[in-house]
Design a protein around this ligand. Structure first.
Ligand code: SF4
Length: 102
């Protein structure tokens, strides 16, 4: 699934892609990720980024304000979630079932 926001693909609005953030700043290891995730504060596409990372099982680096360890823990706590996009951003409402016998 390609996750898009109102202005196209969410990466076009990524705070970390706007300059001022080193390209590898979010791909540090271990405890350094806890500090690195501060970059995500105020990012307008944080939930889209997080949903994409969870749905694609991106297992390295900081995405959506969460460390890789936090994302793994979240997936373990919620193995029932099939679409993190739907879970975090809301699914399209289901079409009403057709009435029987009408
Ligand atoms: S949430 Fe963080 S990693 Fe994701 S686009 Fe925004 S700044 Fe980048």
């Amino acid at each position: 699934m390609t996750i898009t926001g109102p202005d196209g693909h969410w990466t076009a609005s990524a705070k970390c892609g706007a300059g001022g953030v080193a390209p590898d700043a979010l791909f540090v290891e271990g405890a350094a990720q806890r500090d690195a995730r501060a970059v995500c504060g105020g990012c307008s596409v944080r939930l889209l980024c997080l949903a994409d990372a969870l749905d694609s099982r991106a297992d390295f680096g900081v995405w959506g304000g969460m460390t890789e360890r936090e994302r793994r823990a979240l997936r373990r706590r919620r193995p029932d979630v099939e679409s993190w996009y739907d879970e975090l951003l809301g699914a399209e409402p289901a079409a009403p079932a057709a009435a029987v016998g009408t």
